[in-house]
Design a protein around this ligand. Sequence first.
Ligand SMILES: [Zn+2]
Length: 334
Amino acid sequence: MKENRYSRQTLLPEIGPGGQKKLEKSRAVVIGCGALGTNALSFLVRAGVGQVLVADRDIVDLSNLQRQTLFSERDIGRPKAKVAQEILQEINSDVEVDGQVVDISHANVEKLVKGATVVLDATDNMDTRFLVNDACVKHAIPWVYAGAVGVTGMVMPVFPKGPCLRCVFPALPQPGQLPTCDTVGIVNTLPAAVASLEVTEAFKIMQGKEPMMGLMVLDIWLGEFQKINVKKNPACQTCAKRDFKYLEARERKFAASLCGRNAVQIVPARELRGGLSDLRKQLAKLGDAKVVDGVLRFKSKEADLTVFADGRTIIAGTTNIAKAKTVFSKYIGD
Ligand SMILES: [Zn+2]
């Protein structure tokens, strides 16, 4: 069965039977399970990469279905990482797929990337990319940066010895400085193209082959691809000075509106007092509350709440952070 399954890529001189064996012994970690993540995961799992971990904090929303290829209408409201794990396992039962429902932070990013042959960026924000860059440079893991907004995409393999992401972007952008799919939208063919480039680089890395050098920028609408040379910055804080300040940051963002979603995420400073089932009992008196897939879903008068085991909560139906905080205090606590 195995010979047939991968015969079209073992035929290729770029992969061959030797390359296939290396893919099967590799571990790929995908950070994010949105448009880039679902496309990348499908390629990795179909190609027979031995172990695939995907980490994502969000639940499936109707507006995701336009471009996030592993999800269907029946999945709305379920954690993306769990749905992806189920679908991917059906696609290829030879691959070990691990879907982790987590909010990536300085506290868990090193644990998530540890042991990876390659890490694939599929996040929607620079904060997480800077964390991934710090963690991968620190632990000498190659990773592939990828971004897709509007009609423009970028891909760059990052090497632990540099050039790294901070050689290109030395500091985090100010909030509102970069366009997001929230503010400008996205054409659904773009993430598939960016994920194709990204996973091809990951295949080379997993086979121990030389990836492309530099930053690829593409405009999918104009059909233009441009490769920009990237040099290591000898004064780079991350890959030259090994000062991993994003990993050491202790504070967490308390509230943020979620990209592409009419929703706000709240991360409480303390964990939930009881467990989710205690909270469900309390909330059941006030509205429809149920625990499914390890998350509590509660429909209140004001908004729909999704509460994760650590207390992190997504409040749907608003992008107003003040309003979301009020709803959070009312039902979950301060
Ligand atoms: Zn660097």
